[in-house]
Design a binder for this molecule. Structure first.
Ligand SMILES: *[C@@H]1O[C@H](CO)[C@@H](O)[C@H](O)[C@H]1NC(C)=O
Ligand SMILES: *[C@@H]1O[C@H](CO)[C@@H](O)[C@H](O)[C@H]1NC(C)=O
Length: 499
């Protein structure tokens, strides 16, 4: 190596070294996690804990929380859930009967109710009492339920913003980070459509997207803006929509094995599966129960929003009776309270079950699920076929995609019977194609160049190193937002493009 070559080599080494040094540099991160749904917290928490384990200091403002620990401090918004479920009287079982159009209004109520609860929580004063000069190097913001607390960005003099959501790639992600929504093949979360839509479905999808976008721009956002402006009283604060668009990088919980194959701007990074960790072995009693099922074991969980004790005693009896009639399988049911009905020996109930460890078990044969996004991802990761009983929001759409992929059968909540439960469950457990298709999905989901969680952390640290990478920003943000001329061309695209 000549002198020149050596010099270049040494310089390159130095550059690599300085990047490494910067990488390990610890930063102060404020997390604004205001989506009132425990499963969204589970998803966000994996990222926050990983940031802490890499030496960063994380402060979380949220209605969900665990015990604070070293460098992971929770500030609780204690009035959010009570505002939504007690004052506003939201009833998840009622919501499950809504049409897609009604779902838009409910979603708006969720945005506004959450915000009202957040603004009257004492926890908000805790973060407001931090001095304005407190140094947050980065803000991590779950944009799934609106920008109610983004005025905190204004308070802390605009640290760089990373927006993220567990909620797939929702229609409003383009209002935040730019880019395009293709109504021709990206179904709205409230519509139970697959990627290949008929012409009528595409019309339906386009209309719902436009109504949603218009409603958000003309009603929900201005309403939120008024609420927070009155509360925070920052005279020179830009609109919430503008603050939201300061997003430097966006992290989305999507993967093409499950979600529409949509083009994304360069700063919008899919990290689907980031919350799935190497599962711990099962506790010995559950292990024993799983292996003692003659033909295998089945998990039954409705997630964290709809509790199994909310489905009513009549339906609980149907499930237990159906399980009794399938004695060669053992059933593990996540049931949150006491069940009055006597259980057959092949059923156990627990208020909490280690879902991933069960799905990873060699004796698991199927998963009776509400078809929530995270549960669908976990079953797909571990290759377990589904019996889906969707309730609301994106669950019908997830179910539809699983049906099309041949990895699931559907149970209709409103017309359940013992016979239907038994037939549907047995069909999935005893027809090999469901499992085979799921194993294919699993293979594609897992075979990635890097781990989704590592990718998420890399991009967050990237923003800590480079707070303003203008070149990554989608130019559509400068063209005006919702209902702009660009949108019109997509509408035409969606409607006119005939196969
Ligand atoms: C906690 O964060 C601070 C600064 O952000 C850092 O200096 C310290 O090493 C961290 N502590 C642990 C135990 O990670
Ligand atoms: C870490 O975060 C906590 C909670 O917000 C804060 O009190 C503390 O000052 C932070 N540590 C550093 C080194 O900034």
């Amino acid at each position: 190596m000549g002198q020149n070559g050596f010099l270049r080599f040494a310089l390159a080494g130095l550059a690599v070294l300085s990047v490494c040094v910067e990488l390990t540099h610890s930063v102060n991160i404020l997390c604004i996690m205001t989506v009132p749904s425990p499963s969204h917290h589970i998803w966000n928490r994996v990222i926050m804990e990983e940031l802490v384990s890499r030496g960063h200091n994380v402060t979380v403002v949220s209605q969900d929380g665990d015990k604070s620990r070293t460098n992971l401090t929770y500030i609780m918004l204690e009035k959010v859930y009570s505002t939504l479920y007690e004052e506003d009287g939201m009833d998840l079982i009622e919501i499950s009967k809504e049409t897609p159009l009604q779902a838009l209004f409910t979603f708006k109520d969720f945005f506004l109710g959450m915000c009202r609860g957040a603004l009257k929580s004492d926890g908000l004063n805790v973060i407001l009492n931090y001095p304005d000069s407190f140094q947050f190097d980065l803000v991590l913001y779950d944009f799934g339920c609106g920008p109610c607390l983004l005025p905190l960005l204004h308070k802390f003099r605009y640290p760089p913003l990373v927006s993220l959501t567990a909620f797939g790639n929702p229609p409003y992600s383009i209002d935040v980070a730019g880019g395009h929504k293709q109504y021709a093949y990206a179904p709205h979360y409230a519509l139970p459509f697959g990627v290949q839509m008929t012409f009528i479905e595409r019309v339906d999808n386009t209309i719902l997207h436009l109504l949603d976008a218009g409603f958000r721009k003309l009603y929900t956002m201005p309403q939120l803006d008024r609420m927070v402006r009155d509360h925070f009283g920052y005279a020179d604060m830009p609109s919430l929509a503008e603050i939201e668009q300061r997003t430097v990088v966006m992290l989305l919980n999507t993967h093409p094995t499950i979600d529409s194959p949509e083009p994304l701007p360069p700063n919008v990074i899919p990290i689907g599966g980031s919350h799935i960790k190497e599962p711990a072995p099962l506790p010995s009693d559950l292990e024993e129960f799983m292996v003692s099922g003659k033909k295998g074991a089945v998990l039954f969980s409705l997630g964290s929003n709809v509790r199994s004790d909310m489905i009513g005693e009549e339906r609980q009896r149907m499930f237990i009776e159906a399980f009794r009639q399938m004695p060669e399988y053992n059933f593990l049911w996540k049931f949150e309270s006491d069940l009055k009905i006597p259980l057959p020996p092949n059923v156990i109930i627990r208020p909490w079950l280690p879902q991933n460890s069960i799905l990873n078990h060699p004796n698991i044969k199927g998963f009776i699920t509400h078809s929530g996004g995270l549960s669908t991802q976990e079953a797909s990761w571990f290759g377990v076929p589904l019996i889906g009983m969707p309730f609301f929001v994106d669950q019908h759409r997830n179910m539809k995609r699983s049906l099309i992929a041949g990895v699931a059968e559907k149970l209709d909540f409103s017309s359940l019977s013992t016979r239907k439960i038994k037939e549907t469950v047995l069909k999935v457990l005893e027809t090999p194609s469901y499992r085979e298709n799921m194993l294919l999905r699993s293979m594609y989901f897992r075979d990635q160049p890097d781990k989704p969680l590592d990718r998420a952390i890399w991009w967050i640290e990237f923003v800590a190193r480079h707070p303003a990478p203008e070149h990554l920003r989608s130019p559509t943000l400068a063209l005006g937002t919702t209902l702009s001329a660009t949108r019109v061309s997509f509408v035409q695209n969606s409607l006119l493009k005939n196969r």
